[in-house]
Design a protein around this ligand. Structure first.
Ligand code: GDP
Length: 183
């Protein structure tokens, strides 16, 4: 991170991480937001990946570099390097699988342990299209988010519900809070 010498074409770049149990839909949330794509089958690829997405705020270009664990969490092997420098986080569970909701406190602890700055956090209940097999109520999500000081939203990477909104709320919050200049 550095600062540009002239004020024209000011740009901001923020790192955002997506965390949560395996198969909650992290990769698909990112591919839906960055490329408007969805995959029914999980990829087997292991390794960290990120996508960069731009948003205009106050006439400035704000770029979010959004990281996906791409399977590392299966081995409980999300490293401190993954979290380093993150200004925002989407902490995701699957509304049709209660165990993934019960893991949220552990993910929040891990985020807290590894983050080196204030992190704008959104609790995301993904797969809200699966209403018929819902296992976690909207109210439970709201209560947890309130008690932990997180934004909250239910999303569907499958039908696009709230995906853009969830990412953009986090990006705007980071911009409002910290806005670090980059070249
Ligand atoms: P990750 O392991 O957390 O990155 O999860 P993936 O993005 O690989 O998704 C795991 C599985 O859930 C895949 O079969 C996806 O097609 C499916 N999935 C992801 N998001 C949604 C969603 O919003 N609705 C439904 N019904 N399925 C989803």
């Amino acid at each position: 991170m550095g600062s540009s010498s002239d004020d024209e074409g000011e740009e901001y770049l923020f790192k955002i991480v997506i965390i949560g149990d395996s198969a909650v839909g992290k990769s698909n949330l990112l591919s839906r937001y960055a490329r408007n794509e969805f995959n029914m089958h999980s990829k087997a690829t292991i390794g960290v990946e990120f996508q960069t997405q731009s948003l205009e705020i106050d006439g400035k270009e704000v770029k979010a570099q959004i990281w996906d664990t791409a399977g590392q969490e299966r081995f409980r092997a999300v490293t401190s390097a993954y979290y380093r420098g993150a200004f925002g986080a989407l902490v995701v569970y699957d509304i049709s699988r209660r165990s993934t909701f019960e893991s949220i406190p552990r993910w929040l602890d891990e985020l807290k342990t590894h983050s080196d700055t204030t992190v704008a956090k959104m609790l995301v209940g993904n797969k809200c299209d699966l209403e018929n097999i819902r296992d976690v109520s909207v109210e439970e999500g709201k209560i947890l988010a309130e008690s932990e000081g997180l934004f909250f939203m239910e999303t569907s990477a499958l039908d696009s519900t709230n995906v853009k909104k969830a990412f953009e709320i986090v990006i705007r919050e980071i911009y409002n809070n910290v806005s670090r200049k980059v070249l």
